[in-house]
Design a protein around this ligand. Structure first.
Ligand code: UD1
Length: 426
């Protein structure tokens, strides 16, 4: 097993190019299952473990998925689907595998999927997905850890209100409704840019979706969809992670491809903490000359502050001046990075969904774990700002969501490398 070895203290300087968004490409790959004619070609597909996992899920259904890593291009031929049953070993690895249920139901009228796994950041139920499918006329049965969904007479358009604007449920139901008979209206859907990207892709495939990115999405069902060519939007969370890295190492980094419109809360909070930010059409420049200042933040569904940036900001606030309060409202168990930051000398108290971060800690390097994907990113950031050597283990979590992290950081002047871990990961 490998680990990351980091020697902290170098300010990051230069340019870094952001890849395609993990959270946009995963549902788009699932949506490619709806292309019953032709071959889908996706551009700017990041080389990530999660992408390989969802490709393996498609392959297990008898669909051809070929990734050209050198060009970040993915070809998907879903003209034939051999089975509608996804194997447990793959679904267990990644919660987003469940996104194949909507397309399979719409196209094949049937799907069988194990209950999903993924990062251990709360109970993460799938009730909203299932409620949406049922509203479209599907019959759902849960037996022995698997979900069986059937729509023997096809799906029918419906008015669906989401109790919470779940990203995955909005995507899954939007894909299913694309080929339902008649009109579907989604009320209180998620507003994330990844929802808009998925709707744009489905529309290129021939779907009739209006209003994605607003709180009322209208979908006029069509009988079938064709394969399509599409370029994935840049990853706002990867961009945000490098923005925080620049600020907390007192560096100066131009984050190429970062879209300001998608990063408003991250930009606002970094400015409030004292970073200098310049936004232009090609990207975002982040600079800092001195230490960051304490800020309070609360995670919320988009356009609020993203839960996927909470851990990285926590690492920054641990070395900022003053006391910050971080409130997590989206997931109930997303403070696992706190224990690891404490091991590096951070001063943080957790009470329920709120963490109080007493800044000004001089972090010191030690052995820590990436407890989930974004927690892993936070440990890397802490290591870049710490004195001495930080060793981050369990980096398979980081590989799920950061393409070429080490090379990108090294190009910015960081002292970081992959090395064999001395311990055995359990
Ligand atoms: C997606 C992102 C993830 C991000 C999250 C919130 C992908 C592949 N992953 O995850 O990186 O952290 O959005 O921005 O895009 N919930 C229910 N019932 C459901 C579904 C969700 O109660 O049926 C709850 C969850 O437990 C959680 C909250 O809703 O507390 C948000 O979940 P959701 O928006 O669905 O996140 P994901 O789609 O899983």
């Amino acid at each position: 097993m490998e680990q990351l070895v980091i020697h902290g203290g170098n300010p990051l300087r230069g340019r870094v190019k952001i890849g395609g968004a993990k959270n946009a490409v995963l549902p788009i790959i699932a949506a490619a299952l709806l292309g019953s004619r032709g071959v889908t070609v996706l551009e700017d597909v990041p080389a990530l473990e999660d992408v390989y996992t969802i490709c393996a899920v498609l392959q297990s259904l008898g669909v051809r998925a070929e990734y050209e890593a050198a060009h970040h291009r993915l070809h998907i031929d879903a003209t034939k689907i051999a089975t509608v049953s996804a194997p447990y070993e793959l679904v267990r690895k990644m919660r987003a595998s469940f996104l194949i249920m909507g397309p399979l139901l719409a196209r094949e009228g049937r799907a069988e999927i194990s209950l999903p796994g993924g990062c251990a950041i709360g109970t993460r139920p799938i009730d909203l997905h299932l409620k949406g499918f049922e509203a479209l006329g599907a019959e759902i049965e849960i037996t022995q850890g698997a979900i069986h969904a059937r729509a023997p007479h096809g799906l029918k358009g419906a008015l669906i209100y989401f109790d919470f604007p779940s990203v995955g449920a909005t995507e899954n139901v939007m894909m299913a409704a694309s080929c339902a008979e008649g009109q579907t209206i989604l009320e209180n859907p998620a507003l994330e840019p990844e929802i808009v990207d998925l709707a744009n892709f489905l529309n290129v495939m021939g779907a009739q979706i209006r209003g994605a990115g607003t709180n009322r999405i209208k979908i006029d069902g069509v009988p079938s969809l064709c394969a399509a060519d599409y370029t994935i939007i840049p990853d706002r969370i990867e961009a945000g992670t490098y923005m925080v890295a620049a600020a907390m190492t007192r560096g100066d980094v131009f984050i190429e491809n970062a879209i300001s419109e998608h990063l408003k809360p991250v930009v606002a909070k970094l400015k409030e903490a004292g970073a200098t930010i310049e936004e232009d059409i090609e990207g975002i420049r982040v600079r800092a000359d001195g230490p960051m200042q304490a800020i309070d933040l609360t995670t919320l569904p988009y356009p609020g502050f993203p839960t996927d940036m909470q851990a990285q900001f926590m690492a920054m606030l641990a070395v900022a001046e003053g006391t910050s309060v971080v409130t997590e409202t989206v997931f109930e168990n997303r403070f696992m990075h706190v224990d690891e930051l404490l091991r590096m000398g951070a001063k943080i108290r957790v009470d329920g969904r709120t963490a109080t971060v007493e800044g000004g800690a001089a972090l010191f390097g030690t052995a820590v774990r990436a407890t989930d994907l974004r927690a892993g990113a936070a440990m890397v950031l802490a290591g870049l700002a710490a004195d001495g050597e930080t060793r981050v283990g369990y980096i398979h979590h980081i590989d799920r969501g950061y393409d070429d992290l080490v090379a990108k950081l090294v190009a910015l002047g960081a002292d970081i490398k992959r090395a064999d871990a001395e311990w055995t990961e359990l």
